[in-house]
Structure formats: structure tokens, C-alpha cells
Design a protein around this ligand. Structure first.
Ligand code: G
Ligand code: G
Ligand code: MN
Length: 529
């Protein structure tokens, strides 16, 4: 996917987009699940209170029925009823003891039989219920007294807090519940609390009994964290995670898909993936490096280094060749200008251009920008145009080359001998240099016809006053032959292959190596390319 201003296929942007596809659905999903879970908590708190209240009411009903059936025993003496009382207490669920009293003076208990003991009856909520912290029999062990009275006195049935705690405890781990009777509260640990400040939480469920003065409060922690959410929504969270991972993987895949060759070239230009490789140009007489030809290479993030033959034709037809050349020129100027001290004066730098670069004035502007980076006289900028591609001599092209000439930029005809440029053409475009094609140079010393072509090209160049560079110089024999016939500069594997610019600059800083004296060997100098 390529937007004009943003290349989403770059590794970091691709990773970023894929991460967003993971994080956004995950975050939104968790948020929705959280909202759902909060609603669930709200309902669950109320539900839990109602459930607990139901249990409590059941216990109280049992106790009250016992009280009702015990009321007639108030008319008899303790000795007469104590066995009956004990039996009732033993057989009734949840009941710990039953006591008989009159105006707060208790005289008979199912546990102790006859006894003397006073209790204030005002504490009973609605005269019915009293939640107490303990008594001499079981100090610090709360219990609930259920009272019923008539004209003969009152019956009090006690339910142990152990029974009350059971429903309070038998609830969710995230919801706490309390039983409230009057001003007293009983928590799930069986502790009686007189003044309770309920924790602040929006998830409060309150259930009150219509018959009994009891209320059950249930509260969920106010901000349910991820852990309770994970417990409650495990399946949904796993599905969400899978969907988000699939979305992220899909985005990663989409952004990494191969695009059209032209789209890929445009992306590579934006990603600055084109690199200059430099091959030294040697003066034939002194064997000094006095210049370099810049040869483009594409450092593709996944494919690796790509040679120009594979992408220059596409760049030419798509109109991308000019931005590509501009990028190359910018990179060379920027790096060379930092190492000016390494360069001899009038250092010759030549770029290959296509006729597609000559359709407007971009090349002129790029040349101005290039030369502005150097002090005058430091760099001799030249463009090589292959002879296989002839320039149209329309007004626009002529104007471009005239202005380039005025700027001091030279024109060289590349691969000379393989095309058919007329002498008129050479004059019209003020050609400064001819580059003798390597196919002829290669056959020096072996083939008769090629040698004649080389001789003729040299002769032509010298007569027209055009500088000569021989390409593809691989042996000392080639070098000697060309030098003897007056070729000005030599280029080829004998002196150096095209190498990355950093390596070229390092080599420039080193002392000049001796040119080997063996006549016929192919020397691969400082080669990596
Ligand atoms: O360096 P190599 O042998 O791979 O170059 C192959 C061809 O690509 C050569 O013909 C060379 O002129 C051409 N070439 C190299 N760099 C450039 C460039 O920057 N622009 C153009 N138009 N052609 C180039
Ligand atoms: O078309 P142009 O002259 O721009 O092509 C230059 C190409 O020729 C470079 O890319 C480089 O790889 C190749 N080259 C340069 N020197 C030699 C050489 O000595 N032998 C061979 N075989 N190729 C060379
Ligand atoms: Mn060239």
C-alpha cells in the first residue's frame, strides 16, 4: 500500500500499522467487555443481595415459627417445659437456643434449663430482632435473637452467626455482602460492626425484607481490574485476542505484498534505496585516479543489491529516471563535499543519464545544486549518454545542453562504437568526451577488426579534439596499447571495479597501488561489486 506521502511498507511503519491492528480492536474489545462486565456486576450485586436475603428470611421464618409454637409454654413453669424447649431447639434448623422471659427477666433456657437473667428489650428492632456481639456463654461470637411476645411474656430464639455467615460467604469473590439489623452489621467473616462505612462503589445492590427488619448490602469493587475480567470473560477475551492477531497479521501481509514494478520503484525512491557505486577513472599517462563514474545500485530491503540493467528500463518508461538520477546526484554531492581534501582539483565525476532526463530543465537544476556543494574548480561534472540512445535535437534539448555547457557541465558519449552518432551530432551537442565501448577494448591484442575500430575511434576523437576514455580495461596490455595511442583516461577492472562510495573514498585516502607488470592477467582490484 503506497500513499503519495507515506510509504506504509517500510518495516517500521508496517510494524506500527500491524500493531495498531492488534491494539485497537483489543483495546476497544476490552473496553466493551469491561462495560458489559460492569453492567453485569451491577445486576449481580442486586441479585446476590436478594439471594442472601432469601436465605436469611428462611432462617428467620423458621425461628419465628418456633417462637409462635413456643408462646403457649410461657404459661407453665420452667421445670415443666424445659425438656420440650430443648427438643424444639434441637429439632429446629439453625436454632441454637430458645429462652422464655417476662419483661426482660428470663427464667428458662433450652440449654441451661432454669435460670435468672435480664435483658433490655428496647434494643430489639421493631421489637423483633437483635444482632448482638456475644454473650457470657459465647463472648465475641455474634448471634441474632428473634423475639416474639404476648401478654404472658416473650420467647427469644437465637440463631448463631455461623449460620448467618454461610450465605454471606457463599458468594462471588468480587462481591462482598453484609447483613444489617438495626444499626449493626454482620460481615462475611462473622464480625459484628457497629458503624460501617460501606466502600464507595457504583455497584451496590440492596435488598430489604418486607416482613423482617433486615437488609442485605452487596458491593462489587468499584474498578474491576483485568484479572476479574479475565475470570469472568475468559472465552470472549481469547476470541478477541485471536481476532486482533488475525487483523494484525492481515495488515502485515497486505503491507508486505509485492506491488507493481513502477510502484515499487517509486517507493524505493522515497525510501532512498538507490546508492552510488563509484568506479575510478585513471589518467592514462600517470595512472592516477582523477575521476570516477557513478553507477547506480538499488539496495532493496529484502532482495539485496540490484544491478541497474534490471530497473533502469522501467525507470525510463515510467518517468522515474529523473528523480532517481537526482537522488543519486544529491547523495554523491553530499558525501564527496565532506571529503573534499581527498580529491585532486578538477576531479572528474560522471553520471549516466537517459534521454528521458533531457525532456525538461530538471537536469540543469540538479547540476546547479550539485556544483554548489563544491568550491569552483574542484569538480568537473559530466553526463554520459549512451550512443544507443540518440538525443532529438529539438529546441528544448538543445537549450538544456547549451545551458549545461555554460554551467561547465560536460557531455560524454557512452559505449561509443556501438551506435551511430554522426559527426554533426557530436558537434551539435558539444560532446566533450567519447567513451570507447568495452566490447572493442576487450579484443585488443586478439581480434583484428576490433583493434581497427579502436584505432579509428581514437583517431576520430583526436582529430575532433574530443577527450577519449577507454572502458573495460582489464589487462596491462589493454592499458599500454590505449595509452600509446593517446587515450586520455582508462577505466576498467584493472584499476578498480565499481565499489560503494565509502569504500571508494577510503581507497582514495590510501597510497596508490603499483600497476602490475604481468601483461595478460586480469586483475581484480579492490573488488566487492
Ligand atoms: O554498473 P553496471 O555494469 O551494472 O551498469 C549497467 C548499465 O546501467 C550501464 O549501461 C550503465 O550505463 C547503466 N547505468 C548505471 N548507472 C546508471 C544511472 O545512474 N543512470 C542510467 N541512466 N544508467 C545507469
Ligand atoms: O554502459 P556503461 O559504460 O555505463 O557501463 C559501465 C559498466 O561496465 C559498469 O557498470 C561496470 O560494471 C562495467 N565495467 C566497468 N569496467 C569493466 C571491466 O573492466 N570489465 C567488464 N567486463 N565490465 C566493466
Ligand atoms: Mn557509463
Amino acid at each position: 500500500m503506497t500513499l503519495p506521502f507515506l510509504d506504509l511498507s517500510r518495516p517500521w511503519l508496517r510494524l506500527w500499522c500491524a500493531s495498531l491492528c492488534l491494539i485497537i480492536p483489543l483495546a476497544v474489545g476490552i473496553w466493551l467487555l469491561q462495560i458489559d462486565y460492569q453492567e453485569h456486576l451491577q445486576q449481580a450485586s442486586l441479585l446476590q443481595s436478594k439471594k442472601i436475603l432469601g436465605h436469611m428470611e428462611e432462617m428467620l421464618e423458621q425461628a419465628d415459627l418456633t417462637n409462635q409454637s413456643t408462646l403457649p409454654l410461657l404459661e407453665k413453669s420452667c421445670a415443666d417445659v424445659v425438656i420440650q424447649l430443648s427438643k424444639k431447639a434441637a429439632l429446629t434448623a439453625f436454632v441454637r437456643s430458645i429462652s422464655l422471659g417476662h419483661n426482660g427477666h428470663f427464667y428458662c433456657s433450652s440449654i441451661f434449663g432454669k435460670l435468672e437473667w435480664n435483658e433490655h428489650q428496647e434494643g430489639y428492632v421493631q421489637g423483633k430482632l437483635l444482632l448482638q456481639a456475644g454473650n457470657p456463654v459465647s463472648p465475641n461470637h455474634p448471634f441474632l435473637s428473634i423475639r416474639r411476645s404476648n401478654a404472658n411474656g416473650e420467647v427469644v430464639t437465637v440463631i448463631d452467626s455461623d449460620y448467618l455467615v454461610y450465605p454471606l460467604n457463599n458468594s462471588s469473590t468480587v462481591i462482598d455482602s453484609w447483613l444489617k439489623v438495626g444499626d449493626n452489621w454482620l460481615d462475611k467473616h462473622g464480625k459484628l460492626i457497629q458503624q460501617l462505612d460501606l466502600p464507595k462503589s457504583p455497584y451496590l445492590g440492596i435488598a430489604s425484607s418486607p416482613e423482617q427488619p433486615i437488609t442485605v448490602y452487596s458491593i462489587a469493587a468499584s474498578a474491576p481490574g483485568l484479572w476479574p475480567l479475565w475470570h469472568a470473560q475468559r472465552i470472549s477475551l481469547l476470541v478477541l485476542l485471536c481476532v486482533s492477531l488475525i487483523a494484525a497479521a492481515g495488515m502485515w501481509w497486505i503491507l508486505g505484498r509485492p506491488r507493481s514494478p513502477i510502484g515499487e520503484l517509486a517507493r524505493a525512491i522515497r525510501a532512498q534505496e538507490f546508492e552510488p557505486f563509484l568506479q575510478p577513472l585513471i589518467t592514462a599517462s600517470t595512472h592516477e585516479t582523477r575521476g570516477a563514474e557513478v553507477l547506480i545500485r538499488w539496495r532493496h530491503p529484502t532482495v539485496g543489491l540490484i544491478n541497474p540493467d534490471l530497473f533502469i528500463p522501467q525507470a525510463e518508461v515510467s518517468g522515474l529516471i529523473m528523480p532517481m538520477t537526482e537522488q543519486l546526484m544529491r547523495k554523491v554531492a553530499q558525501r564527496l563535499s565532506q571529503q573534499i581534501s581527498l580529491l585532486p582539483d578538477d576531479f572528474y565525476i560522471s553520471f549516466n543519464i537517459s534521454s528521458a532526463c533531457c525532456k525538461d530543465m530538471s537536469l540543469l537544476h540538479a547540476s546547479q545544486a550539485f556544483l554548489n556543494q563544491f568550491p569552483p574548480g574542484k569538480i568537473q561534472l559530466s553526463f554520459e549518454l549512451t550512443e544507443r540512445e540518440t538525443l532529438t535535437n529539438d529546441a528544448q534539448t538543445l537549450a538544456l545542453f547549451q545551458q549545461l555547457d555554460q554551467l561547465g557541465v560536460k557531455l560524454a558519449i557512452d559505449d561509443f562504437g556501438t551506435g551511430h552518432s554522426s559527426l554533426l551530432y557530436l558537434q551539435q551537442f558539444q560532446v566533450e568526451t567519447l567513451k570507447i565501448d568495452q566490447s572493442f577494448v576487450r579484443h585488443i591484442g586478439t581480434e583484428h577488426i576490433s583493434r581497427h575500430i579502436v584505432d579509428n575511434v581514437i583517431d576520430l576523437g583526436l582529430r575532433l579534439g574530443i577527450k577519449l576514455i577507454a572502458e573495460g580495461v582489464e589487462t596491462v596490455q589493454h592499458a599500454t596499447y590505449l595509452q600509446d595511442r593517446g587515450v586520455h583516461m582508462l577505466q576498467g577492472y584493472l584499476f578498480g571495479r565499481p565499489i560503494p562510495m565509502e569504500q571508494f573514498l577510503r581507497a582514495l585516502a590510501e597510497p596508490i597501488p603499483e600497476i602490475p607488470s604481468t601483461t595478460d592477467s586480469i586483475i581484480v582490484a579492490k573488488s566487492t561489486a
